[in-house]
Design a protein around this ligand. Structure first.
Ligand code: NAP
Ligand code: G3P
Length: 484
């Protein structure tokens, strides 16, 4: 199905069922972060091109909403089948484009196909309700209401670099099942993978105009996109700073936002330290820590800290580091700016007296997995999201101190609690100011039909298959009035 990826190819955007090239601006060069080789070029869309995409989406939406839900579901199942069929090809592109190790890239594509299948099934069960007969006190007229769910119109989906396929599809599929049309703006690093995903949706039978893509730098076209008069809903995943900026721009357009995190793993005295260490290391370092849900700090009771840290260190040192096509867990970060930022946090912790246990070695954008003990709350690493392979351990006196430090974060995505005591687990979970608490597991998203949300600076609104379909639709109420 796909043209072979080659360095001079200029990837076009899907607009109204056609692959469109803009003449307005020169294309943007895309480099593979691992070795800085040129991967291809993407379009830098102008305002006129963006208008065309929105107009196509607007024109196609009504007919799509009137398409029987079983037909919409069939088309999505076909798209998911194609995604499975082309898993290896898409994973290979992903791996080169965003430097994701090949096993994680395959898993992203596989999980996306699964997500689309599940969404197609779930969408068939989103039904309305009848709210029973009642009347205002003192009035005779009885009334009941028939409530159906209707689409919002045109959904603008903006996805981040770390899951350009999965976090694009997890907006597109629920939006489509709810009867919306979509304009997708993928991340610049990750655009090529997302355009391949769009080709899957086109080939699977999504009608012309129902899914459109626009590429270009968010810093250049972002404001024009989010303020576009044809946008009815914005679904955004990315950094807190861009999310806050978008929230200021959009005015009364409803928003779903999943943003940054600083997920804490709280470890109590009675935790199974072998399993805890295994979960924390996999949670903190997979895809080099470039996951919103990565474990980003460990808060461990002092009496078991030495033992836990010894186990963590052993596992971190065993992580395989290398290039994305190899069988490794830690690969070069997405760009030099990201690697410089991680290095800044490492340097700050070192200057302020944290104990380096391993890592702090850098080759270009490749940061070796880094583990710190004795991180204190005056260090940036205690609060800032590195989005890289560095994990701070903060020693705490008791669970209360852990809860306090966890909750003092500006973020509120997820937390973990490791303990064998079910009462402690629930007590702590109840006090943590986050969207999700995992008991005896690393922080992570999913399974995808579970609600996924962040509070405070980690987001607004709830994703998850049914939750996303509901967020991208609204109740429509018809009230029937009866004379007595
Ligand atoms: P980002 O820089 O915020 O970019 C996200 C998306 O927004 C990209 O498509 C980007 O386009 C676009 N964008 C940039 N400026 C924009 C603007 N002014 N208006 C509209 N769109 C704009 O984030 P990222 O670096 O891709 O991803 C890393 C961050 O995302 C981390 O903070 C991470 O925690 C967070 N994240 C959160 C979740 C979650 O579910 N909570 C999931 C994944 C990632 P360009 O690529 O062209 O700049
Ligand atoms: O959307 C959040 C993403 O960054 C992490 O997802 O599946 O790796 O926990 P996951």
């Amino acid at each position: 199905m796909f043209e072979q990826i080659h360095a001079n190819h200029v990837y076009r955007c899907l607009v109204n069922g056609q692959w469109k090239e803009t003449s307005a601006h020169s294309p943007i060069e895309i480099f593979g972060p691992a070795d800085h080789t040129q991967v291809g070029f993407i379009q830098s869309f102008s305002k006129d091109d963006v208008d065309e995409a929105f107009q196509a989406a607007k024109a196609a939406q009504k007919k799509w909403a009137e398409t029987p839900i079983s037909v919409r579901a069939q088309i999505l199942h076909r798209c998911a089948d194609l995604m499975e069929e082309y898993e290896d090809e898409i994973a290979a592109i992903l791996s080169v484009e965003i430097s994701k190790d090949i096993a994680s890239a395959k898993s992203e594509v596989h999980r996306t196909a699964d997500f689309i299948h599940f969404t197609a099934d779930e969408g068939k069960h989103i039904e309305g309700e009848m709210v029973g007969a009642d009347h205002f006190p003192g009035f005779n007229k009885r009334r009941f209401s028939i409530v159906t769910r209707v689409p919002l119109g045109v959904v603008l989906a903006i996805s981040p670099f770390n899951y350009p396929v999965n976090l694009s599809a997890s907006k597109v599929a629920p939006a489509l099942m709810a009867g919306n049309s979509v304009v997708l703006k993928p991340p610049t690093s990750g655009s090529i993978s997302a355009l391949y995903m769009s080709e899957i949706f086109r080939a699977g039978g999504i009608p012309d105009g129902v899914l459109n893509t626009v590429t270009g730098l968010g810093s250049e076209i972002g404001d024009y996109l989010v303020k576009h008069p044809l946008v009815d809903f914005v679904s955004f995943t990315g950094s807190t700073s861009v999310g806050k900026h978008i929230a200021k721009q959009v005015g009364m357009i409803p928003l779903l936002m999943e943003l940054g995190g600083k997920d804490a793993a709280i470890v109590l005295e009675d935790a199974d330290l072998d399993e805890t260490a295994r979960d924390i290391v996999s949670g903190a370092y997979s895809y080099s820590g470039q996951r919103c849900t990565a474990v980003k700090r460990v808060l461990v009771i002092d009496s078991v800290a030495d033992e836990l840290i010894a186990k963590l260190k052993e596992k971190v040192e065993a992580l395989k580091v290398g290039m994305p096509h190899e069988d490794v867990q830690v690969t070069p970060l997405i760009n030099t700016k990201a690697a410089d930022f991680v290095q800044e946090l490492i340097d700050d912790a070192l200057t302020k007296g944290a104990e380096l246990l391993c890592g702090n070695k850098r080759e270009g954008n490749l940061i070796y997995p880094t583990l710190f003990d004795k991180v204190t709350t005056d260090m940036r690493l205690a609060w800032e999201e590195p989005f890289g392979p560095v994990l701070p351990v903060i020693r705490i006196k008791n669970a209360e101190e852990g809860i306090d430090i966890a909750n003092r974060s500006e973020y509120g995505l997820q937390s973990s609690v490791f303990t064998k005591n079910i009462d402690s687990a629930f007590n702590i979970a109840n006090q943590l100011d986050v969207g999700t608490v995992h008991l005896n597991n690393k922080t992570e998203r999913g399974p995808d039909h579970f609600p996924f949300l962040g509070v405070k600076s980690s987001g607004m609104g709830t994703q998850g298959i049914r939750y996303s379909i509901e967020a991208m639709s609204r109740p429509k109420v018809i009230v029937v009035n009866l004379e007595k």
